[in-house]
Design a protein around this ligand. Structure first.
Ligand code: NAD
Length: 500
């Protein structure tokens, strides 16, 4: 691993950073009711970059009232699918027009390399809005032939309507701040819902800029409300609010369970995108060059702060040493540094807390008997930098294999044959994703069928497209994001029966 220099924050961001960071409620930018703010840090330097309004229950109350009003009686409630589609498409265009600025904000706030932020986060966010714009005009029910056994001569015309679920609370994490906002907002808007969005407290900035673009696109007041603040206060108030019809959450499995409990008061609908500990499998018949590069990318992309990261690497015994050496070589050569340095390939972790968590796991892994074939510690410099790490001699009982680290740390384990592998791969409470590298198409398909995961990548990893559903089996979540599958989260079905 080599180290890139710390690059200064782009001048062009200064106007955005120096303006007060307020919340968006009912189409207006407002301070928190309490007047409180919280600090947001640059993870590459540990310096404060912004003070953001600290929303709490009282602010959620106002946001819910605005969203309720917009849903029940505003122009939004009367808008056609075609009109909504135009607005959503316009948001996509505005994201693209501001791609550099949004990517800079993301790099500054989250730490990820600018090139990644622009090519992945921003481009995929625009794509998500554009894809969802198309669905606004295609939400339709069915006509259903019915007949009553106790009144065989009665005739009916029966059909279903697909209606928006209503006011939606959306709580998102810090690893892809803009993209997670897009994954949540786009389907809610296409189905005609109204929203209270709470970005993660670590990374609220790109959602606030997106809020400005959403207003600029012409989305009516109160349709999208953005409350910045902490999970235990603002987030919890959203999850338990009686006037919110549905909550969509992305974050840790632990908090996902709290959301479910909080949602029971009014039985609001819940969808969850949670953690993962995804298996990535390399067979001895794989194209090893691409498998090794793919395995490194599966864990080091976005500093390993990816819910579907390939954090458990299973390698067939005959090629185990070669693969571990290959992935370790890539890890050692990755350029780690400020996301604003064009040569940087991996940025800092998002926060001091995440840094402590990941370095804690590195120590625990070694204490439990794993060996660092590459990396293994933090970088001695300001900011929350850790080394890309490959742990070998890992075994299934270790915390680094069982628990989600959410950092650039992969645990490599050997396997013998296919049946052993499937058991090992499924030996986890999670089920978000899985990868397999082999030239044997039958083996690949058998694995895809046997593995309990919501996404399976064959001879590739981390392939995301707005059209492809994504979500978890087991404790990795409820419901799907993206594709037409996500519309289910935001629609409800009404049966209408007319006597003829
Ligand atoms: P987290 O669950 O603590 O926080 C996520 C969001 O939930 C934040 O906005 C936070 O403010 C809010 N929150 C926290 N406590 C809350 C509460 N009691 N009530 C309501 N909201 C609350 O997650 P984290 O540790 O900050 O983020 C990392 C985790 O997120 C990882 O475990 C990772 O797997 C998961 N994640 C999953 C996905 C996915 O798509 N499945 C994507 C990104 C992150």
């Amino acid at each position: 691993m080599s180290v890139a220099t710390n690059s200064p924050v782009p001048e062009s961001l200064q106007p955005f950073l120096s303006s007060p960071k307020k919340m968006l409620i009912g189409g207006k930018w407002v301070d928190a009711q309490s007047g409180k703010t919280f600090e947001v840090f640059d993870p590459a330097s540990d310096q404060v970059i912004a003070e953001v309004a600290e929303g709490e229950a009282a602010d959620v109350e106002l946001a819910v009232a605005a969203a309720r009003k917009a849903f029940d009686q505003g122009p939004w409630s009367r808008m056609s699918g075609s009109e909504r589609s135009r607005l959503i498409w316009r948001i996509a265009e505005l994201i693209e027009e501001h791609a550099d600025e949004l990517a800079q904000i993301e790099t500054l706030d989250n730490g990820k390399p600018f090139a990644v932020a622009k090519a992945a986060d921003v481009a995929l966010a625009a794509d998500m809005f554009r894809y969802m714009a198309g669905w606004a005009t295609k939400i339709e029910g069915n006509t259903i032939p019915i007949h009553l056994p106790y009144a065989p001569d009665a005739e009916f015309h029966a059909f279903t309507l697909r209606e928006p679920v209503g006011v939606v609370g959306q709580i998102i994490p810090w690893n892809f701040p803009l993209l997670m906002a897009a994954w949540k907002l786009a389907p809610a808007l296409t189905t005609g819902c109204t929203v209270i969005l709470k970005p993660a407290e670590q990374t609220p900035l790109s959602a606030l800029r997106l809020g400005e673009l959403i207003l600029q696109a012409g989305v009516p007041d109160g349709v999208v409300n953005i409350v910045t603040g902490f999970g235990e206060t603002a987030g919890a108030a959203i999850a338990s609010h009686e006037q919110i019809d549905k909550v969509a959450f992305t974050g840790s499995t632990e908090v996902g369970k709290l959301i479910i409990n909080a949602a029971t008061g009014n039985l609001k609908r819940v969808s969850l995108e949670l953690g993962g500990k995804s298996p990535n499998v390399i067979y001895d018949d794989a194209d090893l060059d691409s498998a090794i590069a793919g395995a490194a990318d599966a864990i080091f992309f976005n500093q390993g702060e990816v819910c579907s990261a390939g954090s458990r690497l299973f390698v067939q015994k005959g090629v185990y040493d070669e693969v571990v050496a290959g992935v370790s070589e890539i890890a050692k050569n990755l350029k780690v540094g400020s996301g604003f340095d064009a040569s940087t390939q991996m940025g800092p972790l998002v926060s001091r807390e995440q840094f402590d968590r990941v370095t804690g796991y590195l120590k625990a892994g070694v204490a439990e008997g794993a060996e660092a074939a590459a990396g293994g510690s933090a970088l001695d410099r300001p900011g929350y930098f850790v080394q890309p790490t490959v742990l070998k001699n890992a075994s299934e009982d270790m915390s680094v294999v069982r628990e989600e680290i959410f950092g650039p740390v992969v645990a490599a384990m050997p396997f013998g044959d296919e049946s052993e592998l499937v058991n090992q791969a499924n030996n986890t409470a999670y089920g978000l994703a899985a990868g397999i590298w082999t030239r044997d198409i039958s083996k690949a398909h058998r694995f895809a069928k046997a593995v309990k995961a919501g996404s399976v990548w064959i001879n590739c990893y981390s392939v995301f497209d707005a059209a492809l559903p994504f979500g978890g089996y087991k404790q990795s979540g409820w419901g799907r994001e993206m594709g037409h599958a996500v519309l289910e989260n935001y629609l409800q079905t009404k049966s209408v029966c007319v006597s003829l």
